[in-house]
Design a protein. Sequence first.
Length: 301
Amino acid sequence: MELSQEKQEGGWIELRVTGRLDNYWADHFKTALDELIRGGQHKIRLHLAGVSYLSSAGVGALVRCHKQLDSIRGKLIVGLGAVLALTLVLCGYAAMSIRLAGDLTEQIYDGSVIAIDASQSAMIDFVKLDRTVSRILRDYETRASAEDLDELKDLEARIVNDLDIVKERTVNADVLDLISQIKGLLVDWSAMRKRLTAITTRREAVGMGAAKDSMFRTIEARINTLSDATKEVGFYYRENERELVSQSRTIFVAIAVFAIILALAIAGVVLVRELRERSRLEDCLMSGRTNCAPIEVPIRR
């Protein structure tokens, strides 16, 4: 790779780059740009028409230079050749594809997958709650301790938290209605829980156990339905996302093909001009003329 500089009017400086801008030369290119900026050159024209190869490190150097100048309100103009333009187009296409894939993965994971996991977690916590209450009722003679009640409250809070996670990640009306129903039943249970410490006889324990079993069967059925609903919503969400990915991929491919055709057309025009100029030069030389390729001499001021 070769670098050459030329100061121009209006405070601009042109940096011409020819050859391969690969991973090795990208560091030298980056250093040259840094030196220009540190030296007070905030208006840079990059002439890259002579670059035959551009690596990802070279693209990174260009992006870094743009950010540096943008932060100090500088200006950067880049002149591209056909090969380089095609490379940047393909880089942009790859970057958009990777970003789209990342966004879809995040949406699927943060949406349906976490909602399904939270509904299953709610069921696990509910089973623990049921077993703990049954143990307390079975050992009613020892009375429920403060630790027992704290454990029940903690399990209830975890269930509510699981339900909130599902609620944050769905817009399905049926799912939201189920969550509301389960929370209402848990509020009713919390009022019943306060009577655990007042049980002194077997009859009271049996009576409360029956009431608890009736309420908990309803809660269990609602949570099971919620789990099935989140799985169904997640299934249709992933199906829709597959269709969206397919459509987006088709659009990106069309854009990339158009860009490639455009770059090839530009390269063709440039090539035709060069061939035409070379043919004119050969005709001129064959005719015996001596001023076929005049050299421009800069005017001294």
